[in-house]
Design a binder for this molecule. Sequence first.
Ligand code: SF4
Ligand code: SF4
Length: 294
Amino acid sequence: MKGIITAIQRMSIHDGPGLRSTLFMKGCNLRCRWCHNPETWNPLKQLQHIPSRCMECHTCQSVCRYDVFSSGEGPLELDRKSCILCGDCVENCPGEALSIVGREITAGDAAAELLSDKVFFETAGGGVTISGGEPLLQAEFCREVLEICKNEDIHTAIESNLTGSWQVISGLSDYVDLWMCDLKIYDSAKHKEWTGAGNEIIKENIARLAMSGAVLTVRTPVIPGVNDDENEIGKMCEFLSSVHGNIVYELLPFHTLGFEKYGNLGMRNQVEGMKDLDTAVLERLKRIPEQYGF
Ligand code: SF4
Ligand code: SF4
């Protein structure tokens, strides 16, 4: 079975315990305004142009048969609607400023790439993580990858927004050692305003996973002016305490790394002026989960 991914990242230390290989799926059903991985939203391939690498030589304009690039000198402008992703401009760009984001891959090939660091997982601890985008949108592909990893006795984790149905989640649970998800904002209407969807199903799935005995890491990305207050974090801690699960709760500070990707992909960044979270705020807020025993 084939899936569409944005990347396979090896030697990651941020996507679960130990040293990990992470598979980033392409396609997400949420639109968190603060997202630093906007290249994972669209489930289709996309043309990326990185202006800082561009030599403004206009070779791309001369090789493209579909008039995607502006004519004349100076900075390029792209008419992305006309692009058929043939890749001719990418191959001929001397500055490596152009690329196609997204590649199709079979589950077997993805697993083989992920398992190429198996020896490190076994010696240093670690494993394979499937992240996104939203993995549950390509659940059957993910199941195949995870099953291959489990057959090799490798620790597996999945990072999901948990908006999928319980049927899809439970269909994967035999192959997942660690579920990682976000609880971004407690109030559902506010969650919808900032991410495009309410959070009832997310809370329900967290509770069901906890009750099923799954090992869970729940994270809250702390966003300035959105959820960076004691009341908000307190409500989330209250909820997570009430479901009595095997839960690790983490607060993640908002950062602007990756924001340039919006422009590179011709997308609009809705929170362009937002600044990195002040670490003093995180220090203050982390006392709340500690009071709840997280
Ligand atoms: S070919 Fe590459 S370096 Fe030259 S103008 Fe196009 S994007 Fe820029
Ligand atoms: S990928 Fe093909 S169609 Fe798209 S801009 Fe490049 S050359 Fe033109």
